[in-house]
Design a protein around this ligand. Structure first.
Ligand code: GUN
Ligand code: FE
Length: 429
């Protein structure tokens, strides 16, 4: 039992509820196997003979969860941001993704992606791969090898796509089932996810087939929803029989019939919001990407008020930053523009609110992940923010130190990472 236990000490901060930052200064966190077994300011006698890793004045926070990241777009960060979504996909994204037919190239890029995720303190991530099942299986392998947790999807696209990046419906479904069979029981913390790219690139037959696979293997689903005005108009043209974009996914069994993440959700109307809430669809809010591609400002407060679970995503390479800390700060910033644009009706977010989204909110897609409550899997970052101090005349509270880390800290402040109870060192690929 004892070798199964560890104890670490520091200034602990987490959000058991939306907007509620719980701070336990100078406290011990007891971990048994993968799970948190309690937080104490004085260690109970039964734990006295277990060695304590003392991180002293450092912050200990839950690991960060990225709900939306396109691994194959890593080399495109910072490119094409003079375009909106559809021409950007065509001019930059699809040509880059087509290169992943080459296994050597895929391996080279994916090693860098996984190392970068580790570096910036992302402990769980939901990834898009490409249509190529070999390259995507390699991405899963690298993620698992590094000890990170995640879902990884082989992308499906069988219409309105360039010749270099398209499958037939049958090829797409067969390759997806092969990919699932090959990976579903292979790793503990990394699993496959069904990944129809978005409605414009997936025929009705393909969407229905993907939904069947999700059900057959009891796997989750991810896609994109209502990111951009041109995209939404295109979906309307393709599916005049459906009332709105969300109901296209719903009609084909890809909207909450299995656990589902929809990225962006910038322009959903009230009918769609009702369907999202009823279907328990997760929103992956991607503020960097929505800015870069001039997509818009998502009405995230409205989603939260309607009981929708919102997590945060980088959306690399619509977003150029891998850091979820920066994404949290940006989520606060864009919420202020939304606040102004709604005549101060949609209240802007606080740090504890976005911190919840990036930890327990997004983490709940993985189960008991993203908090330090008893029974949660112990995913944590240890933050040494001493270099952010300015003078002995400034005394910051733990909440203020967390805020400063999110706005002005970087990966160098992250001095240890834990995932499901295990300390994770830099991947050696
Ligand atoms: N919609 C469909 N594909 C994509 C993609 O790769 N990135 C973004 N941001 N939106 C999409
Ligand atoms: Fe995306």
């Amino acid at each position: 039992m004892e070798e199964n236990r560890k104890i670490i000490k520091g200034n602990i901060a987490f959000t058991p509820r939306f907007g509620k930052l719980e701070v336990r200064e100078n406290s011990f966190i007891v971990i048994e196997g993968k799970q948190v077994k309690g937080i104490y300011c004085e260690l109970p006698a039964e734990y006295k003979n277990i060695s304590v890793t003392d991180y002293q004045d450092a912050l200990i926070i839950p690991g960060l969860v990225d709900l939306h990241f396109h691994a194959p777009q890593f080399a495109n960060r910072g490119l094409g941001f003079d375009l909106e979504l559809l021409p950007w996909l065509e001019g930059y994204t699809f040509p880059e993704e087509a290169k992943f037919i080459n296994a050597a190239y895929a391996q080279e890029v994916y090693k860098k992606v996984v190392t970068e995720l580790w570096k910036w303190g992302t402990t769980r991530v939901v990834l898009f791969g490409t249509i190529h099942k070999e390259a995507t299986a390699k991405l899963m392998e690298l993620l698992a090898q590094a000890g990170l947790g995640g879902y990884v999807g082989k992308v499906n696209m069988d219409r309105n796509s360039p010749d270099i990046l398209i499958e037939t419906t049958e090829q797409s479904l067969t390759a997806t089932e092969d990919y699932i069979k090959d990976t579903v029981d292979r790793y503990q913390l990394v699993k496959p996810i069904l990944t129809p790219r978005f409605v414009p690139t997936c025929t009705p037959e393909l969407m229905a087939g993907i939904a069947k696979l999700a059900k057959k293997y009891n796997l989750p689903v991810q896609s994109h929803l209502s990111e951009n005005a041109g995209e939404i108009a295109w979906v309307k043209e393709l599916h005049p029989e459906c009332q709105n974009y969300a109901s296209v996914y719903h009609k084909f069994g890809l909207f909450g019939q299995q656990p589902t993440i929809m990225a962006h959700c910038v322009y959903n109307d009230d009918t769609e919001i009702e369907l999202m809430a009823k279907s328990k669809v997760y929103v992956a809010h991607c503020p960097y990407s929505n800015n870069n591609l001039a997509s818009g400002i998502a009405p995230v407060r409205k989603y939260i008020d309607n009981g929708i679970i919102v997590g945060l995503g980088t959306d690399v390479a619509g977003g150029h930053e891998v850091s979820m800390a920066k994404v949290m700060a940006m989520a606060v910033q864009v919420s202020k523009l939304k606040w102004l644009a709604t005549d101060k009706k949609e209240k802007f977010f606080t740090i504890p609110e976005v911190f919840y989204m990036a930890t327990k909110g997004g983490g709940s897609f993985f189960g008991k992940v993203g908090s330090f409550e008893d029974g949660y899997e112990f995913d944590a970052l240890v933050i040494d923010d001493s270099c952010l101090e300015v003078s002995a005349y400034n005394r910051y509270s733990i909440e203020e130190r967390l805020s400063r880390f999110l706005y002005i800290g970087d990966y160098k402040n992250i001095v240890a990472r834990y995932i499901a109870g295990a300390k994770i060192e830099q991947p050696q690929f």
